[in-house]
Design a protein around this ligand. Structure first.
Ligand SMILES: NC(=O)c1ccc[n+]([C@@H]2O[C@H](COP(=O)([O-])OP(=O)(O)OC[C@H]3O[C@@H](n4cnc5c(N)ncnc54)[C@H](OP(=O)(O)O)[C@@H]3O)[C@@H](O)[C@H]2O)c1
Length: 246
């Protein structure tokens, strides 16, 4: 397994999964964590995908973040671009969760204002847990009816998803720990609504240049201050954890 060291706080070498999980623990109650990977020059993609930026350390933490979450929230653009399948954690993560009285797999929640998804996709037909589809009034009743046999359909907002209504619908289902895996449009909406509690950002030791986008899009009235919670390191990759300064 790829060694991951902690540089800040309390430097320590070769952290085990238990230590990493402890470092990533969140307070009880609703919590929105976002996880992204970026190049050193701020690109969110390489050749149109995030995979080219990710390495072993990022993949290890990516899986541990899923292990800790009740629901994994992803924008439809990312689902389409990255070819997401059903939301399943590794066998080890599933066993860890079951031992703690939690469902083996987190819920998959997909945000699509236009409901531009295929209800016959394995995302839905092979889902270990019934997914949630969050859409807007832009989707038609017919489109929504196609998803009802395979997912909980939440209509939140008219043209764009109302983040507060979406998070309330998730919380109503008893799902506290929300992990957003992107993409940049959805992250921008979450930041604009000031609902992001935490950002886990992997900085990969590579320069991409070109015209790749950043990890967040959209407009924001003023910045959002963050505080640094930890810095992990593995073979030139930095794994940063920031919390919203309240
Ligand atoms: N570096 C990383 O860690 C990382 C992580 C994730 C994604 N990415 C990359 O990001 C790119 C995709 O970017 P993206 O901005 O298109 O991703 P995205 O945010 O996942 O998807 C945008 C789409 O999601 C839906 N959506 C998101 N926010 C919405 C809102 N507030 N209201 C209504 N609908 C909303 C819409 O779907 P409909 O069009 O269906 O209405 C929208 O077109 C891909 O190249 C992917 O590889 C990188």
């Amino acid at each position: 397994m790829t060694a991951i060291d902690r540089l800040f706080p309390r430097p320590a070498e070769d952290l085990g999964d238990d230590e990493l999980l402890e470092s990533l623990a969140v307070p009880p109650g609703p919590w929105l964590r976002v996880n992204f990977v970026s190049s050193v020059d701020g690109a969110a993609t390489s050749d149109g995908l995030s995979g080219g930026l990710s390495g072993d350390a990022d993949k290890r933490v990516f899986e541990l973040l899923r292990r800790l979450s009740d629901v994994v929230l992803v924008g439809a653009g990312t689902v389409r671009a990255e070819g997401y399948g059903p939301m399943r954690v590794s066998e080890e993560s599933a066993a860890w969760r079951v031992e703690r009285g939690r469902p083996a797999h987190p819920v998959f929640a997909i945000v699509s204002g236009a409901l531009d998804l295929d209800a016959r996709s394995p995302i839905f037909t092979e889902a270990p847990v019934r997914p949630i589809v969050v859409t807007t009034e832009r989707s038609t009743a017919d489109q929504r009816a196609r998803f009802e046999p395979v997912a909980d359909v939440v209509v939140a907002g008219a043209q764009t998803v109302d983040v507060g209504a979406m998070l309330a619908a998730i919380a109503e289902r008893g799902l506290d720990q929300v992990l957003n895996e992107g993409g940049p449009s959805l992250f921008g909406a979450l930041v604009a609504a000031d609902r992001v509690d935490e950002l886990c950002l992997t900085v990969s030791p590579v320069l991409v240049a070109g015209d790749a986008g950043r990890i967040a899009r959209g407009t924001l009235g003023g910045g959002r201050d963050l505080t640094l919670a930890h810095v992990l390191h593995s073979q030139g990759t930095l794994l940063l954890r920031y919390l919203r300064a309240r």
